[in-house]
Write a protein that binds this ligand. Structure first.
Ligand code: ISE
Length: 343
């Protein structure tokens, strides 16, 4: 059987996923597309022999679609599509953030718990990056002893005028909120967001750039994170985990370097997330396809989406209150559905 996937939202990330689903995944095919920009949907439908849908709900309901990917912007629209997929019992992959509010994420968690089955996977692709996977193994096994500190940077080359101060947290730092929580395997206690006085001349009036975030876990691991989305250099992701007996540094996955006559040894810096995390996105969606085929998905859950959004809310509150320390409190205990062990 080939899994017939329908994609709602064909912007920057949706278009990247279109190519992945249509040509790089095993056991899957691009069966349907939908976007407010009809021309774009028609172009992909034509190119890959997919069916074109007028709206997301029709795509989800279609008997020609086995599983759905929600990659829409604005992100507020994720919630209605994910809830509808749960309602009719279809597997749905949703790009991050799951929704823009903790209440929205909670609604999705409640609907899934009510359905009694995991149907939602959230697009936290870093968990599939070979570098983070290796760090996770070392931390789980305590290979270098107890983790004490994490220094992280999340830099983008540049952003446009539609990206504002709030997005540094909900669009960008949300990746670290998720991946560091997963790496350490424990909940956060509190967080802060500090807006340094000095800003880059490359920013605009609605964006404070860079920003400095801290997170402290329940056991006391301290994290500092620089978010800088106009670095002018490229997509620069760093993570350094300081353990009692060693320091683990994430490397960018490059396969070649070039030595030149002017005495330089150069490696390329990725330009954006689709280049830096290409392999991670491929693994993420291949595992999702395999999971759906086996009727048992294993990737990041709605609960993970909720934890990340509660963390983002606390960081935003701190930012709006002079970098005061804000505690990170989850609304409930994690439902048993998300503890299920996968054989
Ligand atoms: C974008 O949506 C992503 O997910 C990227 O990984 C992140 O670096 C960027 O800042 C976001 O806008």
């Amino acid at each position: 059987m080939v899994l017939r996937i329908g994609i709602i939202g064909l912007g920057f990330m949706g278009s990247d996923h279109v190519k992945r689903v249509a040509s790089r995944l095993n056991g899957a095919k691009l069966a349907g597309v939908c976007d407010l920009k009809h021309d774009l949907a028609a172009k992909y439908a034509d190119e890959y022999g997919a069916k074109i849908f007028d709206n997301g709900i029709d795509l989800i309901d279609s008997p020609d679609i086995d599983a759905v990917m929600v990659v829409t912007r604005p992100h507020e629209t994720h919630e209605q599509f994910v809830l509808h997929a749960i309602e009719i019992g279809k597997y749905v992959f949703c790009e991050k953030p799951l929704t823009l509010t903790a209440q929205g994420c909670k609604k999705i968690v409640d609907a899934e718990v009510e359905a009694g089955k995991r149907l939602v996977q959230v697009g936290f692709m870093r968990r599939y990056d070979p570098g983070y996977v290796e760090i996770k193994e070392a931390l789980d096994n305590r290979t270098y002893g107890e983790p004490l500190l994490i220094h992280a940077t999340h830099r983008n080359k540049e952003v446009d005028e539609s990206y504002d101060t709030s997005m540094s947290i909900i669009e960008t730092a949300i990746h670290e909120a998720d991946v560091l929580h997963w790496l350490l395997g424990e909940d956060y206690e509190s967080g802060t967001t500090f807006l340094p006085k000095k800003q880059t001349k490359y920013t605009h009036s609605k964006l404070h750039d860079p920003q400095i975030i801290t997170l402290d876990t329940k056991s006391g691991v301290h994290i500092d994170l620089e978010v800088f989305v106009n670095d002018q250099i490229g997509y620069d992701i760093n993570c350094s985990v300081v353990c009692e007996n060693g320091i683990i540094n994430l490397r960018s996955p490059f396969v070649t370097s070039v030595k030149t006559a002017n005495l330089r040894d150069e490696t390329k810096i990725p330009v954006d997330c689709t280049e830096r995390f290409k392999v991670a996105y491929d693994h993420e969606l291949q595992e999702w396809v395999n999971g759906v085929m086996n009727d048992k998905i294993t990737g990041p859950t709605s609960w993970d989406g909720l934890v990340a959004m509660v963390t983002c809310d606390a960081l935003a509150k701190s930012r709006d209150n002079n970098a005061e320390r804000v505690s990170i409190e989850l609304p409930d205990k994690k439902p048993a559905l998300y503890d299920l062990k996968i054989e």
